[in-house]
Design a protein around this ligand. Structure first.
Ligand SMILES: [Zn+2]
Length: 188
């Protein structure tokens, strides 16, 4: 079992948005997102869905990989459009809604102290859980708080849940710090 917090920071940085749907878009995709691709095989899909959703025991096949791609593209396109004040295309709405129609992951309380697991998790259920998170995010007040990290070389998405709504960086630990150091050098 692998968890976000066990990943090296270079990988973990992808999964810090606080929303599973946005974390999912950071696994790769088409066009600009292709440079981030880490889902090349069904085993990769099972692994990264497991990390993003904290679910153990997923196994995926070629059909799951094929089902994942259009959903990931739809969520990515929608999130990046919302981040720059645009809307969500009807085709992307339809793709996200279709993925959400499948029953989602079913949480299950483990024996005392064992925490929460999922009953017989499948990739389709995992994708449904992700699609439902996207629906909640894109259809709610936080849709206006989706941003693209202000670093020109980053491109990761974030949701600004801070009260003032002035968050600019995917992570203070990375892009925020780099910007701070640069500003400091320019002043010196
Ligand atoms: Zn960044």
């Amino acid at each position: 079992m692998q968890r976000r917090e066990d990943l090296p920071f270079s990988d973990r940085i992808r999964f810090l948005t606080g929303r599973v749907s946005l974390d999912f878009t950071h696994t790769g995709g088409e066009g600009e997102s292709a440079r981030w691709e880490i889902v090349h095989t069904p085993a990769d899909l099972a692994r990264w869905l497991g990390v993003i959703l904290s679910v153990d025991g997923l196994s995926a096949g070629p059909a799951d990989l094929a089902a994942m791609r259009p959903l990931r593209t739809a969520i990515t396109t929608a999130a990046r459009s919302l981040a720059v004040g645009g809307g969500v295309r009807a085709a992307d709405v339809a793709t996200i809604n279709a993925a959400a129609e499948v029953p989602p992951l079913v949480p299950r309380l483990g024996a005392a102290g064992a925490g929460v697991g999922f009953a017989a998790p499948t990739p389709a259920a995992a994708l449904s859980t992700i699609a439902r998170d996207a629906i909640d995010l894109f259809g709610g007040p936080l849709a206006e708080r989706i941003r693209i990290c202000a670093s020109e070389t980053c491109g990761l998405l974030l949701v600004d849940t801070s009260r003032p709504g002035k968050r600019r960086w995917c992570s203070m630990q990375r892009c925020g710090n780099i910007a701070k150091v640069r500003a400091h050098r320019q002043r010196a």
